[in-house]
Write a protein that binds this ligand. Structure first.
Ligand code: 5HY
Length: 252
């Protein structure tokens, strides 16, 4: 099978890291292709960033459909464009926040999320609510690191994240950590070893969730809400997203 892991921000080094982590857990028979859109914000840390990341994400879904991918991961903790992506895709589309929260809920009654900037905490709470995970989510915390600092040598990111996770466990009296950024995927094992609790990374959780769904022969339902969008003219700079009947938006 072929899974497309889409980092919706345009930082290629983060995309490479995400792809390495996803490939490390996928079966030998599962091809994982990690991509970033050709357009959009270099990191996603606000509602504005998130909105501007979605067109590029949808282009990558459309290109994946044309290329016959079996399923998709949206590798950003805000799960941007998730339902729109599901309208375009035949196979399963899983966001890393939903995958990580569900995985954590199998391991304990209370998990804490540690994300990047405090301004994104509200989005994570909204997602926990919408996924039915709020009763498991004991708290959501920020390490106050910009996303791109996760890639910056000398930023002290690893230490900052470990300490934020330690504090979250104490504050929330929780038992599991969910890493709230795709860019933290490579820190999962280290944080777990230092703190002695399960630490869930959404990139690997979502990759295996998509792999399992495809293995079970399960696809996105096209019966109702997530059926292909009704074609209509889309004008101006987004005109390339006009869906001809049964067609998909042109990739970049
Ligand atoms: C992410 N932003 O996973 C989110 C993290 C966040 O560019 N990749 C990003 O703070 O929501």
């Amino acid at each position: 099978m072929r899974i497309k892991v889409i980092n919706p921000n345009t930082s290629r080094s983060m995309t490479e890291k995400i792809g390495t982590c996803a490939r490390a857990v996928a079966d030998a028979g599962t091809e994982v292709v990690a991509v970033s859109p050709a357009m959009g914000p270099v990191s996603i840390e606000s509602h504005y960033d998130e909105a501007l990341a979605v067109p590029g994400l949808l282009q990558e879904i459309a290109a994946g459909e044309a290329a016959g991918f079996d399923g998709y991961v949206i590798a950003c903790f805000g799960d941007p464009g998730l339902l729109a992506a599901r309208e375009l895709a035949r196979g399963p589309v899983v966001g890393i926040a939903e995958a990580a929260m569900h995985a954590a809920s199998f391991l304990a009654r209370r998990f804490s999320v540690v994300t990047t900037l405090a301004r994104t905490i509200g989005t994570a709470h909204h997602l926990a609510e919408s996924y039915g995970m709020a009763r498991f989510c004991a708290g959501i915390h920020a390490c106050e690191l910009p996303v791109l600092d996760l890639e910056r040598p000398g930023s002290g990111a690893r230490e900052r994240i470990v300490e934020a996770c330690r504090a979250a466990l104490e504050t929330d009296d929780s038992d599991v950590i969910v890493l709230g950024c795709a860019g933290m995927a490579d820190l999962c094992e280290h944080v777990s070893q230092v703190l002695g609790v399960p630490v869930v990374d959404g990139v690997t959780a979502a990759t295996l969730q998509v792999q399992s769904l495809v293995r079970l022969g399960l696809r996105t339902s096209k019966r109702g809400e997530l059926a292909a969008p009704p074609p209509k003219p889309i004008v101006g700079a987004l005109s390339g997203f006009t869906l001809a009947p049964k067609a998909l938006p042109r990739a970049a």
